[in-house]
Structures are given as structure tokens and as C-alpha cells.
Design a protein around this ligand. Structure first.
Ligand code: PDD
Length: 287
């Protein structure tokens, strides 16, 4: 952790001084939502998209947004400005706040807890030639579209991947591959880039949307369609995407090579398009 300050309820202060009540519903119930936003060269990546998803998550858990979009922007820009010249990953969290008693039902009056911190982020290692993933039964609840901090299922699923010397778990629900424990899923099958359609069974990833946008702009055949387990297993390429990990080519799935066991040509093409887009962001040519 760096020595820069974190944000808590209106103030910037050292992490060691940032404290919340043990009666906070975020602590007691996981009654809380979050966002993770990269910042490249001090510029928050796709911020309007993240603020929109933040609003959607809050609405889904019956909370008012405690800050306006311009207040969020100003606070996050100040946070990022504390580590100049450093690519960062900003974590923000909004909980329903502390209540007088522990009671499952939503109290009428609580004051949201708003927390944000920023950590240095490094470009993906160019020497990494792909990651291993395993498939697991999707044991999560049915509101996976909400970016809730209630992540116990994801924690256990990700740990199972680690125990199997893999990086990520690909989650299967009702015979379809949905997403990773902390990432979205793409496959390349018969020359077409496919990702599952948005639903309450997966998080609408900001990186996912950008990849679809880049595919559309650059004439790459693509579709939002269910991916069956046999399709996943016979795919020429499998990728997992997230704000912090960008695009990870999966080269081993359940101990078997994906395609020829190397990152594929469509990955190489999309990875180059993604890097160009990031470069334009860094130069302030795009948001
Ligand atoms: N996770 N699906 C899940 C379950 C995720 O947790 C994430 C990201 C994604 C990718 O979304 P995005 O492209 O907006 O980052 C998909 C973040 C990074 C995290 O929990 O740290």
C-alpha cells in the first residue's frame, strides 16, 4: 500500500485512520456495492460507464446515490492525483451505513458510508503466454448483475482455482458458461467472437462492453449469445476480461490446451486494439 490518502465520508485521510462502525451494514450484512476503475496517466478509464453501473447497483439495492456524478468525478480525480505518473486501480464502495440495531430489514434512515482508495496498477506482463482456468458449478445467487461486495461465493470459487494451480474459475449454470469468478468470458468459435448476453446471471463488465465496441468498430464478427459447456470446451480461443486484468487469454482449461495451447490470432488482434484505445485515453483523445 502506498502512503497516499484514502477517502472516507467526505475527507481524505491515511488508511490507518480510516475507520467505520462495526454496526455498519456493509460489515454486518455485506449490504453494500462497489466499483473498480482503472486510471491511466491520471485519467479515469470509462468513468461515465462506471458511474452508470454504480447507479444501477444502488437502484437495485434500493439506495439513493449519496453523491452526484460530478461529486464522484471530483473526489475520484483528487484521489488519483495523489499518485501522479502512476497507473492506478481505484476501488470505491458504498454501504447502507451504520444502523442502531442489527436487523435484516432496511432501516428507514441510515447515512451511507462512502469509501475509496487507489492502488498502483501495472501493465499486464507481456511475457505471460496465457493463463489456466478451471470450470466450476456457478454457486452464486441470481442477482450477479449487481456489483455487490457480498462476494463470499466468488472468493471460494477463486480459491478453488488457486488450489488447482489455475488463475480463474469459469462458472457453469444450467449447462452454459456465464463468466469468471471476477471476470467476463469470451470465446472464439468458427471465427466468431462470442460472449454471453447480459442477464442477472453475470456482471455487465465495462471491459466486456469495450471489447464488443472495438469488435464492432473494426469489423470483427461477434455475437452476444449463450455459450454451452461443449462450445466452451471446443473453442479455438477463450478469454477472460476485467478492468484490472484487461484481456487474459486462457490457454489451458481443466488441464487441456485451448486451441493450440497459445494465445490465438483474434486475441492478438483485440489486444492490439485495446492497447491503442488505452493509448488514446492516456493522450486525452478519448474517454
Ligand atoms: N471484478 N464479472 C465479475 C464477477 C467481476 O467481479 C468482474 C470485475 C467482471 C469484469 O468487470 P469489469 O470489466 O467492469 O471490471 C466480471 C473486479 C475487477 C473486482 O472485483 O476486483
Amino acid at each position: 500500500m502506498t502512503s497516499s490518502n484514502v477517502y472516507l465520508n467526505g475527507s481524505f485521510l491515511p488508511l490507518s485512520q480510516a475507520q467505520i462502525s462495526v454496526m455498519d451494514r456493509g460489515f454486518l450484512f455485506g449490504d453494500s456495492i462497489y466499483e473498480v476503475i482503472p486510471a491511466y496517466s491520471g485519467r479515469l478509464f470509462r468513468l461515465p460507464h462506471h458511474l452508470q453501473r454504480l447507479n444501477n447497483s444502488l437502484q437495485a439495492i434500493r439506495m439513493q446515490n449519496p453523491m452526484s456524478d460530478s461529486e464522484w468525478t471530483s473526489m475520484l480525480e483528487q484521489l488519483v492525483a495523489q499518485q501522479p505518473g502512476q497507473d492506478q486501480s481505484v476501488y470505491l464502495q458504498v454501504t447502507r451505513g451504520p444502523a442502531e440495531q442489527r436487523d435484516h430489514t432496511i432501516p428507514e434512515k441510515t447515512k451511507a458510508t462512502v469509501f475509496a482508495m487507489s492502488s498502483p496498477m501495472h501493465d499486464p506482463d507481456p511475457t505471460v503466454v496465457g493463463i489456466s482456468a478451471i470450470t466450476l458449478d456457478d454457486i452464486r445467487w441470481r442477482l450477479c448483475n449487481i456489483k455487490a461486495t457480498t462476494l463470499l461465493a466468488n472468493v471460494l470459487l477463486k480459491q478453488e482455482a488457486k488450489d488447482a494451480a489455475a488463475v480463474e474459475s469459469i462458472l457453469i449454470r444450467d449447462g452454459n458458461a456465464m463468466e469468471g469468478a471476477a471476470s467476463n468470458l469470451f470465446i472464439v468459435l468458427a471465427g466468431e467472437l462470442i460472449t454471453p448476453p447480459k442477464s442477472n446471471y453475470l456482471l455487465p463488465g465495462i471491459t466486456r462492453d469495450l471489447i464488443l465496441e472495438l469488435a464492432e468498430k473494426n469489423g470483427l464478427p461477434h455475437a452476444e449469445r449463450d455459450i454451452t459447456e461443449p462450445q466452451l470446451r471446443s473453442a479455438d480461443e477463450v478469454w477472460l476480461t476485467s478492468s484490472t486484468k484487461e484481456i487474459m487469454p486462457v490457454t489451458r482449461l481443466d488441464q487441456h490446451p485451448v486451441g493450440n495451447g497459445k494465445p490465438g490470432p483474434v486475441y492478438q488482434q483485440m489486444s492490439a486494439l485495446y492497447s491503442e484505445y488505452k493509448e488514446r485515453i492516456k493522450q486525452g483523445l478519448e474517454q
